[in-house]
Structures are given as C-alpha cells and as structure tokens.
Write a protein that binds this ligand. Structure first.
Ligand SMILES: [Zn+2]
Length: 367
C-alpha cells in the first residue's frame, strides 16, 4: 500500500469535507484488508504512517486560517483509526497469549480398532463371501412366527418359554404367531430371505441374538451368531461337510480336522454338531479340550422339509401357484456358529465376559 499523498487543491470547507470523506473511506477499506498490526503500521507507523505524512503535508501548505479546520478533521480521522485498533479481531491469538504452554506433551488420541468380536465376525463372513455367499441382516425384535413357528418349533417347545426367551411385554392378546420377542438366533433371517427370494440362495447372516441366560464364563444374555443357508438343486450333506471343513481350515489353519456328530435341531434333518481337532494340543488332549482332543464349535444340518413347507405357505399368500421351495425339487443346508465361541477358541480366551468388560488392557491386545 504505497500510495502517494493525495493533493488538496484548496482549503474550502467542501473540498476539506470531500478529502476527509475519501480518507475515512480508505481507513475503513484498509481495516478490512489488513490485519491489525499491518493496519496500525500503515496509518500510525512512526516513519511511514500515512496519518503523519498526510497531516504534515497538508498542514505545511495550509494558510494559517485553515489549520484549525484541518486539525479538527485529522483528530477525527485519528479517532477512527484508533477505534479500529481497539476493536477485538477474530484472528486467533498466538498460543502463548491464550495461556497455552506449547512445550507440554499433546493429548494422545489412540486410533480406534475393531472390537475382537466384530473382527472375528468379519473374518467368518469373509470366508463365506469368498465362496460366493452374500450377507443378509434382519431385525433383533422378531415375531414368534419367524423365530419359532416357521422353523418347525412345535407350539409347546421349551425354547419358547420365558426361562429361555426374552419376550416383549403385553403381547398375550395377540395371536401366537405375531407375539414379539428378542430373537434367540439369527435363523429368522433364513425364513425372511426365502419368503422374499426364490432359490438358489447362498447367504450368511451375522448378528446379535438374545437369550434369558445368566452370565457366566461361557454364557451371556446377548451374544453373536453367524448363520449360513444354502438352497439349490442337488445340495447334499457332503456339500455341507465340504463347506464347513473348508471354513474351519480357513479360520483355524489348514491342519485342523473336522468331524460331525448326529444332533437335533427342529429346523434341520438330519442335524449334526461339528467338532474341530483341538488347536491347542493338536488332538493329543489338553485342559482346553477336556482331554478329548476335539472342540465342539457349531451346529448344522439339512434344511427340514417342514421349513420349506412353512416358507411355501407364506409365499402362496401372494402367489397361490408358488412351488419354488418344493422339497422334491430343491434341498439345502444350514449352519450356525457362535462368534464368541469361535473368538474364544481363536485367541485362547477362557471367560466370555472379557469381550463385554470394556477393559482396555484386554482390548488393546487385538490392536
Ligand atoms: Zn486340546
């Protein structure tokens, strides 16, 4: 801002008014263009300050009778400049002016990490994504129909009782199939998927489930499952065995062996429990496998035709001729595993409570 000193052609009142109006305008302009210190130097600097330069030039050339009028106006201009300098600026002050000691160590914000349970859940889901499965999700508050009825639980099955299932209050007046509860497994999403979609189906269903269980070293009222469903033509039990054997090797290492034991679930027939060879002792027997050499990990089976029948009955409400889930034409398998259980075996954790404790010493080990 190296401006020349403006000319003052004469000393008539109107000329002075115009000249000072113009000066006042350039004070306002520079107040918005310059920071406070540059503004101060520009107008009030000891050697090059414009106020001094202009007032010296104009007063020197002024006739004695005009000096008073000039002096008054220069005083007003100076007041305007000082008012600008007294206005607090919004520019941030230097840290030292704010009372901040910049030599102190800063606040360390640790980057977040996925919770070990979510990490394991993601790993399981990934194994099946690589086999061409997609992910489906469903609500945690379910109706009796999706959680039990369609999955072939008979009306008086003990799982429906409140000692096992957390039910939503004040549902007694509703028809049994519409009563709401906290889902006890992720299986209702199998039913929801099949009602919405014709075969072939290959899905995994990760999610939170709820049971009326007291917390102990291996139980928690809320836990996580990953469930899988495959429905297509010519799906056999050996497809189920091959799929789960692959999944267990992908999760626990290629040395792991699997074996299947007959079991029972209302929604699969035949049903099986799957065990893997103990990853801690390699099958020799240790405390973790109760000296058996095997660890029980998940349940599975071939989809019960009664489940397909329930799905077909629902689908026929919109299309009476629907027959895509005819068990004469298609078969399927399903499996379900507890994420906590898998994570406990993966990491050798003995108490499920660690996962929910929020104890940083525990969680930081998974960073
Ligand atoms: Zn063992």
């Amino acid at each position: 801002m190296n401006e020349d000193i403006p000319e003052l052609p004469n000393h008539e009142q109107s000329t002075l008014d115009a000249a000072f109006t113009s000066l006042s305008g350039s004070v306002s302009r520079s107040a918005s263009e310059l920071d406070q210190e540059a503004f101060r130097l520009h107008w009030l600097g000891r050697k090059q300050g414009r106020l001094k330069l202009i007032s010296e030039a104009w007063l020197k050339s002024a006739p004695p009778e005009a000096k008073k009028a000039l002096g008054i106006r220069f005083n007003q201009l100076k007041q305007q400049i000082e008012a600008v300098l007294e206005t607090p600026t919004s520019a941030p002050k230097a840290p030292a002016e704010q009372g901040i000691d910049i030599t102190l160590p800063g606040t360390l914000r640790a980057p977040g990490i996925p919770h070990p349970l979510l990490k394991t859940m993601h790993e399981i889901v990934q194994v099946f994504h690589h086999l061409g499965y997609s992910t489906n999700l469903g609500p945690q508050v379910e109706s009796d129909f999706y959680n039990f009825e369609a999955l072939n639980f008979p009306p008086n099955h003990p799982a429906r009782d409140t000692p096992d299932t957390l039910v939503i209050a004040a549902q007694q007046t509703r028809p049994s199939r519409d009563r709401l509860l906290m889902r006890t497994h992720t299986s209702p999403v199998q039913i929801r998927t099949m009602i919405a979609q014709a075969p072939p189906i290959r899905i995994v269903i990760p999610g939170k489930v709820h049971r009326n269980d007291a917390a102990d070293a291996t139980h928690s009222p809320i836990f996580h499952q990953v469930e899988g469903l495959c429905v297509d033509t010519n799906i056999t039990f050996s497809d189920l065995k091959g799929t789960l054997d692959h999944a267990m090797k992908a999760l626990f290492g290629s040395d792991v062996k699997t074996r299947f034991f007959p079991s029972f679930f209302p929604f699969t027939e035949p049903s099986a429990d799957v065990q893997i060879s103990c990853i801690f002792c390699g099958g020799k027997g240790c405390r973790k496998c109760k000296h058996s050499g095997w660890i029980e990990l998940l349940g599975c089976g071939m989809v019960d035709p009664a489940v397909f029948a329930a799905v077909t009955a629902e689908r026929r409400k919109t299309d009476p001729s629907d027959d895509v889930y005819n068990p004469e034409k298609i078969t399927g398998f399903a499996f379900g595993m507890g994420v906590e259980r898998i994570a406990m075996v993966q990491h050798g954790i003995s108490d499920i409570g660690h996962f929910y404790s929020g104890d940083m010493r525990f969680l930081e080990q998974f960073a």
